[in-house]
Design a binder for this molecule. Sequence first.
Ligand SMILES: [Zn+2]
Length: 286
Amino acid sequence: MGETTRRIRASGGRAQNIPVDGATLIALCDGYLDLDLSRFPDVVRGIGDDLAIADGQDLNDMTLSVNAFLLRTDARLCLVDAGDGSRRGAHLGRLTQALKQTGYAAEDITDLFMTHLHGDHAAGLVQHGQPLFRNATLHVAEEEVAFWRNPTALDSIQATQLPFAEAALTVYQERLSMFRPGDALLPHVTVRSLPGHTPGQVGFLVGQTDQILISADVLHLPALQVAHPEWGFLFDADSKQALKTRLDLLTVGSVTMLRLAGAHIPFPGVIRLVHREGAIDYETAA
Ligand SMILES: [Zn+2]
């Protein structure tokens, strides 16, 4: 097993502070997902194997972190995404344990900012048919809500995620707040449109200088997809749009050396985009 994989599998329930000005940002690890390569149908073996090995991973034994992020201001305690819940065993659903490390419990959360409503981000919102975060307002992009409220338009892959989106929207319906790209949800926290993985997927740009974009599922495997953005993920609802979003973000972000936080970037889930030898590259940055 590669060193990065070993580290990812040991990170469930952990919390780590991420320095950024204008807000307090903490990465929380819900656990990990083991995946096989069928989820990355475009990966070219050989090239992909070498990139994975260089990053301490192995394409025959792949693991993705499942991260969420805590944003704290004087008045609000906000959770960005809520992990996969405990439906799939003890390797996931460790978010409340991670939260406890920061000194908080689920009922302390005032706001839930969702990047999108796939199960590994939204299933953790609901426990036994009830809201786990019982004092929180659920904030979701208008376009994301519209996507899941039109289930006949979903393809068979997106339809597998419908129960989680529906459960979240139902259980939190009294406290649902919809936002649009460009909205400022908190001082120094702005919504950024990142369509493709789902049509309403968004990121949250945090901070004043040396900002961090919490970038949802634009990148599932930075070790492969920064060098080969054309290697998409099976659950990208619109693979062409997902590629365009990934390329745009890598191109623009590498010029400004933008930091990206991601739900599936190895915990603590932060990289910095850079240019190296004329190509877009990244380094870990937390
Ligand atoms: Zn995801």
